[in-house]
Design a protein around this ligand. Structure first.
Ligand SMILES: N[C@@H](Cc1ccccc1)C(=O)O
Length: 495
């Protein structure tokens, strides 16, 4: 029978007494995986049998490890008792209350101390305290000695005290068969097998006459995972490339920004519900931005208070610059748009960003406190809602999404406004993927912009959800992402 060197080594090591793969590994010096692999090959040939068994053993908890080193609390307190005893008060001044409290019950139960009442306090008088069974058990487990002799009652107490837990592990149990034993009886010689053929061996010819280890290329091996891009990052790259292909330029802006850019420039009144702590995250330190551009501040105040010279009535209240200076985690990247409009205020312009935004939302399958927004805007002499819808159609079609729906909505800074919906492939539900509109004249006037600007904010995670059928945003973003999913997600887009 043709056996590999490892099979021979394992066969020589096993016998009538069951051995675990780990024990065989220790006895032979082979790695545990190599032992298991060889044992299965022997099993196929009828020379050995392999079965799984759950083996349980006691292990120390963190607390147990501490006690194994320093002694049980009752031992620590006992050792500290002078012959004449010590009062609880004294003990509590020397030891952490938890140590004293735990020790009390056990000192009494083990009979290591007598409790006497004296002057309204309890005095602990030491008695005899030989090494108790739980202390013996603790050192046996701590030193990794065989556990067969551990008494059941003691272990129950230690489990109850959370000093030990039971660890269960699957083990491979390997046993020789009659055929295996017969073969072993005849004698097995393990010749040296070479694992590698080197250039030197070929050059010198020393490979001749040597035997080489056979490789089973279909044998299961451990998976090795290298670093790779997160699915969100891959999707972000693809979105950026798509928008660049569509003629947009990328904008960049701060994640922490003044409310002026996040809200005021967007014609959001200062008492708007979205501007409360229930929706946005305020910064504690620093609380305010140092300066705002004076001319813009002046014009925004005018617009908010009475509409400036736009013909609008404005919001009709006293605008407060201090509120506008408050720093927040941006709730949308329209703050970046607000910054860019100041500089790029003559048509034509096309800009985008794909960046994180933060909202004090309630977390559920479609909401997180943080997500990536695909922001964009187009400025031109004459634009309409058709241009807006056409842009979405074009953008999403590049991802194979063609079943978009639009719904009128309201934003303080756009009129008309549109919500965009896409169909979730699994649930069939239409889920909102973004919000958009044409910027109002009240928003554009402070910049001196007189032409049209269409703009939008889309959610990157929602795009992925309808693209691939993910049902929970937490599968894609954040600490609940399954590491195995992240490792195995196909590379979606080549660079
Ligand atoms: N800021 C909006 C999206 C939007 C951007 C620009 C115009 C209109 C809407 C949001 O976060 O939902």
């Amino acid at each position: 029978m043709d056996l590999s060197a490892n099979e021979k080594i394992v066969l020589k090591a096993i016998g009538d007494i069951e051995m675990t793969a780990l024990e065989v590994s220790k006895a032979t010096g082979l790695k545990a995986e190599a032992v298991t692999h060889a044992a299965y090959l022997l099993e196929e040939k009828g020379l050995a049998s392999v079965r799984d068994e759950v083996v349980s053993e006691y292990v120390l908890t963190d607390e147990g490890r501490k006690y194994a080193e320093e002694g049980l609390p009752e031992r620590i307190i006992f050792n500290a008792l002078p012959d004449g005893g010590a009062s609880l008060k004294e003990l509590k001044s020397k030891f952490p209350p938890s140590t004293v409290n735990i020790a009390m019950g056990w000192l009494r139960q083990k009979g290591w101390a007598k409790f006497e009442k004296k002057d309204g306090d309890t005095v602990l008088v030491p008695q005899k305290a030989e090494k108790s069974p739980d202390e013996v058990a603790l050192s046996i487990i701590g030193e990794g000695k065989p556990q067969e002799s551990l008494p059941e009652k003691t272990m129950k107490d230690l489990l109850k005290r959370s000093i030990v837990t039971i660890k269960e592990e699957k083990e491979k149990i390997i046993l020789i068969t009659a055929a295996g034993a017969a073969l072993k009886e005849k004698g097995i010689t393990v010749e040296e097998e070479l694992g590698q053929l080197t250039p030197e061996m070929i050059a010198s010819g020393t490979w001749q006459g040597k035997s080489f280890r056979k490789f089973d290329v279909s044998a299961p091996v451990l998976n090795e995972y290298g670093g790779r891009k997160h699915i969100l990052r891959m999707a972000m790259d693809k979105v950026k490339r798509t928008l660049i292909e569509m003629g947009f330029k990328e904008m960049e802006g701060p994640m922490v920004d003044a409310e002026f850019y996040v809200n005021d420039l967007l014609f959001m009144p200062q008492d708007h519900p979205a501007r409360t702590q229930w929706d946005q995250f305020n910064l504690k330190k620093p609380k305010y931005i140092r300066t705002l551009p004076k001319d813009l501040v002046h014009r925004v105040r005018d617009i908010h208070e009475h509409g400036g010279d736009t013909g609008s009535l404005g919001w009709n209240y006293a605008w407060d610059e201090q509120i506008a200076k408050k720093l927040v985690l941006r709730g949308h990247t329209t703050s970046v748009t607000a910054r860019y409009l100041a500089k790029y205020n003559r048509p034509p312009q096309k800009f985008f960003s794909v960046a994180p935004v933060f909202r004090n939302d309630t977390i559920d399958i479609t909401h997180l406190l943080e997500f990536y927004q695909i922001e964009g805007w187009i400025m031109d002499e004459k634009l309409s809602m058709r241009d807006l819808m056409g842009t979405f159609k074009e953008f999403y079609s590049r991802f194979g999404i063609t079943n978009l729906r639009f719904k009128p909505t309201y934003n303080p800074y756009t009129e008309p406004s549109l919500e965009i919906y896409g169909k979730h492939p699994r649930s069939g539900r239409m889920i909102e993927v973004g919000n958009s509109g044409m910027f109002r004249k009240e928003m554009l006037a402070p910049y001196g912009i007189e032409c049209d600007v269409i703009a939008w904010g889309l959610a990157l995670e929602r795009l992925l959800m309808i693209l691939y059928g993910y049902e929970d945003i937490r599968d894609l973003h954040g600490p609940l992402c399954d590491i195995n999913f992240l490792r195995s997600v196909p590379v979606i887009w080549q660079q």
